[in-house]
Design a protein around this ligand. Sequence first.
Ligand code: NAD
Ligand code: ZN
Length: 365
Amino acid sequence: MMFSPIVIRSNRGEYPVNFYDDFELLCEATLDSKATIVVLDESIQRIYEKRLEPLVGSAETFVIHSSESEKTLDGCTRLLEHMAARNANRDTVVLAIGGGVLQDIVTFAAHVYFRGIAWHFVPTTLLAMADSCIGAKASINFSGFKNQLGVYHSPSMVSICVAFTKSLDDTALLSGLGEIVKLHLAGPETAFDELVETIANRGLRSPELSKMVYRSLRIKQGYIEQDEFDNGVRRHLNYGHTFGHALESITDHAVPHGIAIAIGMDLVNYISLKRGLLSSSIYRRIHEFLARTFAFSIRGEIRPEDWIAPTKRDKKSKDGKLRLVLLRKPGELELVEQENASELFLWVSEYCNSQMFLRTKIQIN
Ligand SMILES: NC(=O)c1ccc[n+]([C@@H]2O[C@H](COP(=O)([O-])OP(=O)(O)OC[C@H]3O[C@@H](n4cnc5c(N)ncnc54)[C@H](O)[C@@H]3O)[C@@H](O)[C@H]2O)c1
Ligand SMILES: [Zn+2]
């Protein structure tokens, strides 16, 4: 095993995050989890059916086509119906193998079924391995808006095998990197520079990827063990998410979650700069890295009001005042209220009109 297990202390007890070098070791260890229902991502079934045979061969398998439209009450209902038809009970363990979308569906269903049953997670995307697999949060989309309904329900175990990332395309890999960058900017002061250097020297598809995953989880662990239920410091991990979620909504999820977060961090960094919290040299250093790494093209134009309208439903907002997580410097985030709406509109307009990767990359065609 490449890394020793991480043990996450949660309100519902401790759970381990184990690391496996290959599928054989993963299957061997996971077989012990006594899962009786397996929920499998469709791509994973297609690509890894043979290699995961010992794990999924004999179990009742429910296959999910992972998409934001499946991450809804309807999608959860389909899984709950499957569980009920298989007479799932409080001794049932659901084994979930897939990315962040499948995780959110399974967590939600496992939480409400018989007031909570156990689930074991094998994350298969970089985003799920490096970020979402710990922390117990699950959100599903509702009434056309992202992540409106949610629960907290820790897994009983997480098993990570970074070899799954080999079959991810570059966009999915970059989406995972978006959350990795967020966590490195939320971590110790030097973490971000070290990450940038590693990516520059070794690239993403390198053995260093496991270390990035491990480091990200360690940083997130620090936050969730202090504040599992998002009442304080964990809110800093929403950095990039207010405008990131807005971008996902505006583009109907054409921009993958982690890439939207990277762009959301860039915009909120611009606001941090304008509010005098972030120095222009740090702003530029981060911007250049984000622009170089996360350039992403979609059709159509995004106007300043498009960025701002969806933020009105942001969970962090209070009394109609938008709350943003701003950056002072790597390792120092701050939750602030943005009361002045016209000031915000001006900055977002400037951001859209300036020589930034959003304008050149997003407003094409
Ligand atoms: N609960 C949380 O704490 C949390 C945190 C961050 C993000 N999220 C949510 O996670 C979702 C994004 O998750 P995601 O990025 O993992 O995407 P995803 O689960 O939609 O997977 C992306 C695509 O990759 C495919 N796939 C999965 N594993 C693969 C593999 N190893 N090889 C090839 N293809 C594979 C899937 O079938 C899917 O088509 C968003 O809805 C986001 O809101 C949740
Ligand atoms: Zn996220």
